[in-house]
Design a protein around this ligand. Structure first.
Ligand code: ADP
Ligand code: MG
Length: 431
């Protein structure tokens, strides 16, 4: 169940990028995943009214995103739980995983982590404002969420307002359009802790910056805690008002890219949270492939977990390679050449490498050729056409057939599957 929730959270994070925040919060954020049965995903929403709107407007988007995440087609079936109060948004499981405990502390983030913890422990008294900055996918939202949840546990009476930079902008614009500025100010100025995630969005928006500055000033003077995140340091947000910039620079805590050991620790942590067992090879492969964006690491784990739960697929190295390919569409082309692949495959099967690209059609040579094409597809990101050209100018449909056939054989034949895993491992270790 927890894992279905994780899959759903991944779907949500993708849908979120495709529609407006308002639409997302109104229609997608309220959906609760119930269970998955074969190719049907049952979802529940509070009311029939909401169900109808979602079915008309978002069902296709939900289904195509699910396919993107899980790798197979499925039908989303909505249920309404009428009778329950409307609009009560469901707290996401991921949100509850964004705790200090689940955050892997390393050199690249230890200051930001310590500052976040200090703020959560005693809001308004240590780093104020606290501005966490780091590139996308390095844990800013995770830390902000951990602060929010810890404060709300330790200080139940506190009024905590946590929004996205974009929401702040939208609320502000709306308050002007509807002449409801007092409401806006009431919301943002009467809180004990204000958390604004992705503040960089206010760049280039003068009126919003002014409003933000005075909100900020107001809260600060009242000793209220302000926590912000940005994917750039204030000095790089060019259009930032200089007053605002110097204020923000006071409480900077940056997060850098994780090193190899940290990535390994994060992968293990994420796998543990998903109750997924990963071999050292697999952990090493992911840590090696995904160097910067931890969100992509999470996506790989979630996808592997979905494949295991839904199709019983064990997270082998092969499956992991495939999954990483899917996640990083522009996966950096490894410095693996087709020659290295041919050499390794022919070494394992003890035939001369040049036979692989030759016209020879003996059963053994054809088999080895097909395997080499399969491995090339796995490791190089070359197109079918390009692979054909590398293997004695063969037509792409021949390559396609070779790959499909090998993939099918791998599923049936344990020994072949192991041999190919070894080949891939060896080639990788030569890099
Ligand atoms: P950002 O907001 O900076 O773009 P997020 O906070 O959304 O990044 O993090 C992306 C993913 O990476 C989340 O799943 C988060 O839990 C994970 N993550 C980032 N840093 C760490 C860390 N140090 N330990 C554990 N998970 C992390
Ligand atoms: Mg974020």
């Amino acid at each position: 169940m927890e894992s279905l929730q994780q899959v759903w959270d991944t779907v949500c994070s993708i849908v979120k990028q495709k529609i407006s925040t308002v639409a997302f919060n109104s229609w997608i954020g309220i959906i609760k995943p119930i269970f998955l049965e074969e190719d049907r995903l049952y979802l529940s929403v509070p009311s029939t009214f909401q169900k109808n709107i979602i079915e008309t407007n978002y069902l296709k988007l939900i289904e195509s995103t699910c396919e993107e995440v899980m790798g197979f087609k499925l039908r989303a079936v909505l249920r309404s739980e009428q009778g329950e109060p409307e609009g009560g948004s469901v707290k996401s499981a991921l949100d509850s995983q964004y705790t200090f405990e689940n955050f892997v502390v390393a050199a690249s983030n230890k200051f930001a982590f310590a500052a976040a913890q200090a703020v959560a422990k005693a809001p308004g008294r240590t780093y104020n404002p606290l501005l966490i900055y780091g590139e996308s996918g390095l844990g800013k939202t995770h830390l902000l969420t951990a602060i929010k949840n810890t404060v709300s546990e330790n200080y139940p009476s506190y009024n905590i307002v946590a929004v996205q930079g974009e929401d702040f902008i939208n609320d502000f614009i709306e308050s002007i359009t509807h002449n409801s500025q007092p409401d806006f100010r009431k919301k943002y100025r009467s809180c004990d802790v204000l958390l604004v995630d992705d503040i960089q969005f206010i760049a280039n928006k003068t009126a919003v910056q002014d409003e933000f500055y005075s909100t900020f000033d107001n809260l600060h003077r009242a000793g209220k805690q302000i926590v912000l995140s940005s994917d750039r340091p204030p000095k790089d947000i060019l259009s930032l008002d200089s007053r605002l910039r110097s204020r923000l620079e006071l409480g900077l805590a940056d997060i850098g890219a994780p090193d190899y050991e940290t990535r390994v620790a994060i992968i293990r942590k994420k796998a543990e949270l998903a109750s997924l067992e990963l071999s050292d090879d697999v952990v090493d492969y992911i840590a090696d492939k995904i160097k910067v964006n931890i969100r992509q690491i999470q996506a790989v784990i979630t996808k592997l977990s979905a494949k295991y739960i839904m199709n019983g697929q064990i997270p082998t190295l092969l499956l992991t390679i495939e999954t990483c390919h899917d996640i990083i569409s522009d996966i950096s082309r490894p410095a693996i050449t087709v020659d290295i692949i041919k050499e390794e495959v022919s070494r394992v099967y003890q035939i001369p490498p040049e036979d692989i690209s030759s016209e020879k059609q003996s059963a053994q040579i054809s088999l080895v050729r097909q395997i080499a094409m399969y491995v090339t597809r796995e490791l190089t990101g070359l197109s079918l056409k390009e692979i054909g050209a590398e293997f004695g100018d063969r037509h792409y449909s021949t390559v396609n057939y070779a790959i499909a056939r090998t993939a099918k054989e791998i599923r049936k034949n344990q020994k072949l599957s192991e041999t190919i895993e070894d080949i891939i491992k060896n080639i990788k270790s030569k890099q």
